[in-house]
Design a protein around this ligand. Sequence first.
Ligand code: ITT
Length: 197
Amino acid sequence: MTKIIVATGNENKMKEIRQIIKRDDIQFVSLKDEGLSDVEIVEDGDTFEENAIIKAKTIADITGTIVIADDSGLEVDYLDKAPGVYSARYMGEDTPYTVKNNHIIELLKDARGGERSARFVCVIACVMPDGNVITTRGTIEGQIGYEEKGENGFGYDPIYLPEKGCTTAELSPEDKNEISHRGRALTAMYKKLEGVL
Ligand code: ITT
């Protein structure tokens, strides 16, 4: 059994990661599981790659074990790719997502059709015990909806329309993971690690 620490405080990500890579020989544990929730991680990178590496390295430096981290976010083209790497902090970390989502809908009130294009991006970084760093990136292209829809998922899912005709919050977890930025980045990481683990 290989234990992999996931350097995240986001329980929704943790749940999806466990659903995406379902293997009896890999155990994903969270910062909370490891009693590491209080470790200060300074996410001051300008890119998803930089921030994912910062998170994984901060924890790997303490534990010396295999650590992965997920840095992700929503890029809205009409807003010059905002909120991007600031997706979690957009309008304040503690602001409810229904407020953030409706604010984005309002900012896009004059945007029609292709002007509403957006993508979810996810970068997974993995730091190996020997310090080697690997990253993979997954994206999903789509559009911003005109209203919030759906109860599944988290964050910006209720306003995000992939090419399925419904929001990612209306998809089952399995269907979301099949096409999502996180599903793609994590599956690519798993393939890279398969030979190494
Ligand atoms: P950690 O840094 O502890 O992992 P975080 O939530 O702060 O948790 P990020 O800095 O990577 O993580 O910010 C990602 C944000 O992007 C997340 O909080 C959501 O707002 C948004 N996001 C990422 N993936 C998403 C998804 O699958 N569905 C909806 N929103 C998503």
